[in-house]
Ligand binder design. Structure first.
Ligand code: F6R
Length: 366
């Protein structure tokens, strides 16, 4: 039931902090990160020399974040692929110690299941990250990590998305630990950073009024552009996907530095641009891209870190996020604003946010 919320999307956005708390509870023990679901010994884990991440849609965006976490923390090469592309590729470069991870909140996406079967056929261990107990992906995998986000009714994924990112972070930490890339205190520090996420998300949710205000800037828009760098190029992709699927407003996402190689031609006065520009190593580079946007008269909404006057003085509107201790985890906090923004834009346009046209919760055809 809705329990007082206007729609399931609002309810599921609000459930994100508890979902992440459930997933993280008891994951750090005497022997390090507890991830027995992997069903791989420490030696087998340590031997992994390549990770294939395969998914569709929003879950594919999770894989892009997971790639950065695994490569940065565990120093293992990662390849991300859309299941619908992977299944028709001629050559798949697997090593005897390649781990395949399929990310699928429903566990029933036909393309993803086909990809998992193909990988198993090649002798790879397949691990599933899913939200649905007993789903096909879970049944057919060597190990399954349930993200425990609870049933997601709204077709557009919100809490499964953020929980899957946290699950990927646990996997990255477990790999880093098994490979000796991190000592105990580092693993614990990263775990503490993860445990801080629920409160940071609560804080963002309490700022929903900022998203409501920003939504007014999309009233006359026909299209929107989302920009970000690094891990937040993925946040931009997810923000654009949420907006188009529930509000039917065309939206594209680009890594901010790529804007000048084409999409900048779209900009004109009033064109809405959403820039994700937290305090991180690429902050100043993204600020220069925002200046290029402003110079063309476009309307810029920024997701920025509390106190960032440099950004606030440039843009039309700011969606503020509290500081996040590890910049690689910002996507898990920042995306919550973009979920709320998409919802307010969709509602203002009279759309059914829970049941967008032409979409189904799980796509069981290839
Ligand atoms: C968008 C959304 C879809 C799914 C995609 C894959 O909000 O939910 O893009 O992510 O259809 O579904 P799963 O994760 O169930 O494999």
């Amino acid at each position: 039931t809705l329990g007082g919320y206007a729609d399931f999307m609002a309810k599921e956005i609000a459930e994100q902090p508890e979902a992440i708390e459930r997933l993280l509870a008891g994951r750090m023990g005497e022997h390090g990160v507890f991830l027995d679901e992997l069903s791989l010994t420490k030696e087998e884990l340590a031997a992994i020399d390549r990770v294939y991440l395969i998914a569709c849609g929003t879950s594919y965006h999770v894989s892009l974040i997971a790639r950065t976490l695994i490569q940065t923390w565990a120093k293992v090469q990662v390849i991300c692929d859309y299941a619908s592309e992977f299944n028709y590729e001629q050559d798949v470069l697997v090593t005897p110690n390649t781990l395949c991870v399929v990310i699928t909140q429903s566990g029933e996406t036909a393309d993803t299941l086909t990809a998992a079967r193909r990988m198993r056929g090649m002798g790879c261990k397949v691990f599933a990250i899913t939200n649905v107990l007993g789903s096909t992906a879970a049944r057919e995998s060597d190990g399954t990590l349930y993200v425990q986000a609870g049933p997601e009714v709204c077709v557009a994924s919100t809490k499964a998305y953020t929980a899957q990112m946290v699950a990927s972070a646990l996997l990255a930490l477990r790999l880093a630990e098994a490979r000796g890339e991190m000592d105990r205190s580092e693993v614990e520090r990263h775990y503490r950073d993860l445990c801080a996420l629920p409160d940071l998300i609560r804080e963002v949710i309490s700022r929903a009024w900022q998203d409501k205000r920003a939504a007014a800037l999309f009233r006359r828009a026909h299209s929107a552009l989302f920009l970000g760098r690094g891990v937040n190029a993925t946040t931009a992709l997810e923000g654009a996907l949420k907006l188009k699927e529930i509000s039917y407003l065309h939206a594209e996402a680009y890594p901010a530095g790529e804007m000048k190689h084409g999409p900048i031609a779209l900009l004109e006065p009033g064109f809405p641009v959403v820039a994700i520009v937290p305090e991180d190593r690429v902050h100043d580079k993204t600020v220069s891209n925002i200046q290029e946007v402003i110079a063309r008269g476009a309307t810029c909404v920024a997701v920025a870190t509390d106190g960032d006057e440099a950004v606030a003085s440039l843009v039309e509107h700011v969606l503020w996020i509290p500081p996040v201790s590890d910049e690689l985890l910002v996507p898990i906090v920042a995306v919550v604003h973009l979920q709320m923004l998409a919802r307010y834009v969709a509602r203002a346009r009279g759309c059914d946010v829970d049941k967008p046209r032409n979409l189904a919760k799980s796509v069981t055809v290839e």
